[in-house]
Design a protein around this ligand. Structure first.
Ligand code: ADP
Length: 171
């Protein structure tokens, strides 16, 4: 049985098999969680990312973790919220599903996600949480190598939202 849990704090400290980076399409670093991951990983990560030649929205690419305590970083790109009529919901779901698919392909067991798109990309937090939890639950039925998924929240609002939705009976 796979488990989904919420953890509060800096994703850069987690000793999981893979952490997911909420990157931008260049994969060359940015602000928010992306900046924190690159700062903690050290310069090797940006070197490796340069060779990846970017990543489309909703897709994902894996790298080594350098000075981070996890084993791998899976870089994904969430959508910028533009009001909801631009496929944002499907693209956000893909930003959760594709890292799980890649982690499963690498036979990894544990993966931690930040709250993709809910920072600078302005996705409504409640909607983003519902999409992410639904997408992860669905993916775990298909990708059996993954035994633990952590939602790593970084603010009180997301902590309350994730704890509430995850405590409700799943449909
Ligand atoms: P995006 O551009 O996808 O919105 P951000 O990095 O701006 O990405 O924000 C995504 C989420 O990551 C936000 O909820 C933000 O609070 C959170 N965050 C920022 N720094 C960290 C960190 N070190 N660990 C975990 N989450 C973080």
């Amino acid at each position: 049985m796979s488990k989904i849990n919420v953890i509060s704090g800096d994703i850069c400290t987690l000793e999981v098999d893979a952490i997911v980076n909420a990157a931008n399409t260049t994969l060359l670093g940015g602000e928010g969680v992306d900046g924190a991951i690159h700062r903690t990983a050290g310069p090797g990560l940006i070197e490796e990312c340069r060779n990846l030649r970017g990543c489309p929205i909703g897709q994902a690419k894996i790298t080594s973790a350098y000075n981070l305590p996890c084993k791998f970083v899976i870089h994904t790109v969430g959508p910028v919220w533009k009001g909801g009529d631009f496929g944002e919901e499907g693209l956000l779901a893909s930003a959760y599903t594709n890292p799980i698919r890649i982690a499963d392909n690498m036979k990894l067991h544990s993966i931690a996600f930040p709250n993709i798109s809910t920072g600078i990309y302005s996705f409504p937090k409640e909607l983003a949480a519902a999409i992410s939890i639904t997408a992860v639950r669905k993916a775990l039925k298909k990708y059996k190598s993954i035994k633990e998924v952590l939602f790593c929240v970084f603010d009180e609002e997301n902590l309350e939202i994730y704890n509430r939705i995850l405590s409700e009976p799943s449909p």
